[in-house]
Design a protein around this ligand. Structure first.
Ligand SMILES: Nc1ncnc2c1ncn2[C@@H]1O[C@H](COP(=O)(O)OP(=O)(O)OP(=O)(O)O)[C@@H](O)[C@H]1O
Ligand SMILES: [Mg+2]
Length: 444
């Protein structure tokens, strides 16, 4: 079914809140607005201050509204994978209808039957994702509506998460004046959106290295089988640099972006750059290799922990290898280091949308794309979770367009960049052309 309409994705990250507005015209996606505002109130992927988070969401939304020339009302928001659990479930019902033709209500009822289970008081069901239906023993049906049968069965995955995480995300978005049309489990969106059909089928691991946490997700047989969260990310690398070199967090971030490399072998001890050290009146020269070793130590630790988790479920045997995403994965040398530690094929995913060719946007684009793909059957099974009447005719796209729809092609130039362009420490001679990080240009 070709999608048409407007979708807004919202990714509430530890480092920044991202918003992307896309318009679908008969299945063709056009990004028409982007917002990226520095986060406050999020720590290690989790909301710790509702008011500050609300303000960050509002800033990001305002940027995107300005770019897109619309007023955003409904958003599809990503949910982090912290303590997420995935479980297979089955439901079975006798078809109600006299004519035995399967209706929307039967689909909702079979989902309700699959949902019967006890959930601990601190957890809640986020969503139920139908895999396939069986009608009178005939398996593998994706949409049984309109078919005739007396017995309807459904295989599905149930996702549960901590009530507090889900509540806080909801509260922040609603308090920012927005309506949540879909809550999307971020690693589910990510794996579904960035992996090819074959990768999803044969099995692939996605590692999203954000600012405050790293999320590992394994997709196999086109289902999200496993997630693991390590609450360490790129901000920890910056903190390490700041602590070891005795320089401010802001300087450390600039050093990381401008000279950082996670793979010391290919760096040199003779390339030096000046660092403003606290308590010293003159900048101190530090060499590229030393900086690289600081970075490597943290990223290696993140990867080793991820490897332990992946080894337990033998996910590294899967033929798809590893796909990296997230802001911290764009640091040079991360792919090489991952390759060495995991000993499988590793590649970095960079979104292929004009103005968004930066791994920090991978999640928000995936959230949006995933939400846009959700069909009627999903809406019906979801309504068994929420108890709300499904809006199978209208998708997740209420919005108000302010001006007449004649927008210039979107360009991405946030007024308040999420990351202050770092105070570029004066590079030593001959080093300028070694400023490696092209992704940072996006904030210029
Ligand atoms: N070009 C770059 N080179 C190195 N690191 C970068 C670059 N761009 C962004 N980062 C790092 O990526 C991190 C932010 O990534 P991202 O935006 O994916 O995180 P987030 O989604 O806000 O956080 P999380 O997912 O952990 O909640 C920061 O630590 C930042 O320093
Ligand atoms: Mg993130």
């Amino acid at each position: 079914m070709a999608k048409t309409g407007m979708y807004v994705g919202l990714d509430i990250g530890t480092t920044s809140v991202k918003v992307v507005v896309a318009e679908y015209i008969e299945g063709q996606m056009n990004i028409i607005g982007v917002g990226n505002a520095k986060s406050e109130g999020i720590n290690r992927g989790i909301v710790i201050d509702i008011d500050k988070t609300v303000q960050a969401i509002q800033r990001a939304v305002a940027q995107a509204e300005e770019k897109a020339g619309i007023q955003i009302r409904n958003v599809c928001v990503g949910l982090p994978a912290n303590l997420l659990e995935v479980e297979d479930c089955q439901g079975m019902i006798a078809v109600n209808n006299e004519s035995k033709e399967i209706t929307d209500e039967d689909v909702r009822n079979v989902a309700s039957a699959a949902l019967v289970r006890s959930v601990p008081p601190e957890r809640q069901i986020i969503t139920i994702l139908p895999q396939d239906f069986t009608v009178d023993g005939f398996e593998g049906i994706k949409d049984p509506r309109g078919m005739i049968g007396v017995r309807l069965e459904m295989n599905a995955s149930i996702f549960t998460g901590p009530k507090t995480v889900i509540h806080n995300v909801r509260k922040c978005v609603e308090q920012a004046g927005l309506f949540i049309s879909e809550m999307i489990i971020t690693p589910l969106a990510l794996t579904s959106s960035i992996l090819s059909d074959g990768e999803q089928d044969f099995g692939t691991t996605v590692i999203d290295i954000g600012g405050g946490q790293t999320t590992v997700a394994v997709m196999h047989d086109k289902q999200l089988k496993f997630t693991y969260v390590n609450q360490e990310g790129g901000e920890f690398v910056t903190k390490d640099i700041s602590t070891v070199l005795n320089t401010s967090f802001k300087n450390a971030e600039a050093l990381k972006i401008n000279y950082g490399d996670a793979y010391p072998e290919r760096t040199s001890t003779s390339e030096e750059f000046p660092v403003d050290v606290i308590g010293q009146s003159e900048p101190v020269n530090v060499d590229e290799r030393y900086l690289s070793e600081i970075i490597e130590a943290r990223i290696e630790q993140i990867f080793v922990k991820a490897k332990e988790a992946l080894d337990e479920i033998e996910a590294l045997e899967l033929p798809g290898g590893i796909v990296l995403s997230g802001g911290a994965a764009s640091l040079p040398g991360v792919v090489e280091l991952a390759q060495e530690i995991f000993d499988v094929n590793v590649k970095l995913h960079v979104p292929n949308h004009m103005g968004l060719r930066n791994p920090v946007f991978t999640n928000v684009i995936s959230i949006l794309e995933y939400a846009a793909e959700l069909g009627d059957v999903y809406q019906l099974t979801k309504s068994a979770v929420t108890g709300e009447t499904p809006q199978v005719e209208q998708s997740s796209q209420a919005y108000t367009r302010e001006p007449a729809y004649e927008q210039p092609a979107p360009t991405y130039e946030p007024e308040e960049p999420a990351y202050q362009e770092p105070n570029d420490p004066e590079p030593s001679e001959g080093f300028g052309d070694k400023v490696k990080n092209f992704f940072s240009n996006i904030f210029e």
